[in-house]
Design a binder for this molecule. Structure first.
Ligand code: F6P
Length: 316
């Protein structure tokens, strides 16, 4: 079988490990694997290359995605997708493994309907995909954020300051939740656990009176203007405050062991599903086991609120 593989949407550490596994497992089962450049854009532009064992050598430890990625909004158009599918057909590629987030899965669902045997792997730092406990890239991003929080705490304590750390996650608070717990944040503000600014300021005043030397607030992006809030805290709480927006720093970097293993397991599992003629599904990890679910059960679905929220009040 000829299998195409692509990465799409925001890059995530461990995507390369997943591609490497697809290529090496694919070859070991007697398939040919084609790398499609820059996500769906490469399918539209017929930018694909045959990969071999050597092409993915040294990729396990590399962050980003060596195949490149894009958001390819044109792929939403039926006629553009038809052209892309024709490009696959011309090369005899009948199956496709896509690695990305919800937007990538939407494209994959359409391709399945159009006759391409498609499998999805959850690759995003946001951990916002239903049907899996973890997405490829999430653990590495949490490590990066925790490292930043630890550093900010050192300087905040020295100066008796309050640091606001804005992290990514789009509509999902898992990056803030996990890193906030690991970093011992005093406040964790997420879409699932919003906090009133006045409430935070009142609690900061209390912390001041108690003689605490620092406060860390971890907040998911798009909750409020963190720089404005830092000014407000400085004016009203007794702590001086500054906001740090981690932005793309948290998306880059060499994948941690969990993401290397997750990418390797998921990539191999995807090839094995195709061997069994199973497609139109996305792969997940549930209670440490590989699972797969039809795209329709996952796309657009919200994950249940993480049970770690139960811990926040008790340990912060
Ligand atoms: O999907 C991953 C993600 O990093 C989100 O957390 C963030 O909101 C978004 O991508 C940023 O997208 P862009 O790369 O287009 O700036």
């Amino acid at each position: 079988m000829k299998i195409g593989v692509l990465t799409s949407g925001g890059d995530a550490p461990g995507m390369n490990a997943a591609v490497r596994a697809v290529v090496r497992a694919g070859i070991s089962y007697g398939h040919e694997v084609y790398g499609i450049k820059d996500g769906y854009q490469g399918m539209i532009e017929d930018d694909m290359v045959l990969l071999n064992h050597q092409s993915v050598s040294g990729m396990l430890s590399k962050g980003g995605t060596f195949l490149g990625t894009s958001r390819a909004p044109e792929f939403l158009k039926e006629e553009v997708r038809e052209k892309a599918v024709q490009n696959l057909k011309n090369r005899g590629i009948e199956a496709l493994i896509v690695i990305g987030g919800d937007g990538t899965y939407r494209g994959a669902m359409d391709l399945t309907r159009m006759g391409v045997k498609t499998i999805g792997l959850p690759g995003t730092i946001d951990n916002d995909i239903a049907g899996t406990d973890f997405t490829i890239g999430f653990h590495t991003a949490v490590e990066t954020i925790v490292d930043a929080i630890d550093k900010l705490r050192d300087t905040s304590t020295s100066h008796r300051r309050c640091s606001i750390v804005e992290v990514m996650g789009r509509h999902c608070g898992d990056l803030a939740l996990f890193s906030g717990i690991c970093g011992g944040a005093e406040f964790i503000v997420t879409p699932e656990h919003p906090m009133n600014k006045e409430q935070i300021i009142e609690r900061l005043k209390k912390h001041q009176k108690e003689g605490r030397r620092h406060a860390i607030i971890v907040v998911t992006e798009n909750q409020f203007d963190v720089h404005e809030f830092a000014k407000e805290i400085s004016e009203k709480s007794g702590f001086t405050s500054r906001a740090t927006v981690l932005s793309y720093i948290q998306r880059g970097g060499s994948p941690c062991p969990e993401d290397r293993i997750l990418g390797s397991r998921m990539g191999t599992y995807a090839v094995e599903l195709l061997n069994d003629d199973i497609y139109g599904v996305c792969v997940g990890v549930r209670d440490s086991r590989m699972v797969h679910l039809p795209f329709v059960n996952v796309v657009g679905q919200k994950r249940p609120k993480n049970e770690l929220y139960g811990l926040v009040k008790k340990v912060s």
